[in-house]
Design a protein around this ligand. Structure first.
Ligand SMILES: [Zn+2]
Length: 185
């Protein structure tokens, strides 16, 4: 089943007293995305804002190619390579993460490496991977919490103690087959 098209991010606004920076910085005031970029030590550009807004607007973990298509209406001249490099910068700055591709097994039996997917959701959440379609989606929080909230804190502490580390994030990926006729694929 095809994914719904990604929503184009809202046009970055550039009203109300932008700080006197380069014209590339338009829209870099007062939006949540702009604050995140600046707090992460990234220079805030219209291009980065648009890519980040497009990434934040979906829970389907888009590929660089899908994000490129999503931002083209706003940034008609941006290249796929630039979008990819922008996403890599987000990951290095810690405001997004790159999720490994799943080998896709299409109905023709072809297998391929797929493309890396990107995620800008910060809080602990579960992923549902559907290898048949290559889809990787977020489990809704109300359902994900059923598992996350039942992870015993003393188990986390014991893992930290025995492995000598501090756990800062829990990532759980569920792998599933879509049931025939269900809406999960
Ligand atoms: Zn996610």
């Amino acid at each position: 089943m095809s994914q719904p098209p990604l929503a184009a991010p809202a046009q970055a606004s550039s009203d109300s007293d932008p700080p006197a920076k380069s014209s590339d910085d338009e829209g870099c005031n007062a939006t949540e995305g702009a604050r995140l970029l600046l707090n992460a030590g990234l220079r805030c550009t219209r291009q980065r804002l648009a890519v980040y807004a497009a990434l934040r607007a979906t829970t389907l973990h888009p590929t660089a190619d899908e994000l490129h298509r999503a931002v083209l209406p706003l940034l008609p001249r941006v290249s796929l390579a630039t979008v990819y490099n922008t996403l890599e910068a987000f990951c290095q700055a810690g405001i997004a993460q790159k999720l490994p591709p799943s080998p896709t097994r299409g109905t023709t039996g072809t297998a391929g490496p797929g493309s890396a997917r990107f995620d800008a959701t910060h809080h602990n959440h579960l992923h549902l991977r559907l290898p048949e379609s290559g889809e990787l989606r977020d489990v809704p929080d109300r359902l994900g919490r059923l598992i996350l909230d039942s992870i015993p804190a003393d188990a986390i502490r014991r893992i930290e103690r025995e492995l000598g580390c501090r756990i800062t994030k829990v990532q759980i990926e569920l792998v599933a087959e879509a049931e025939a006729g269900s809406g999960a694929a």
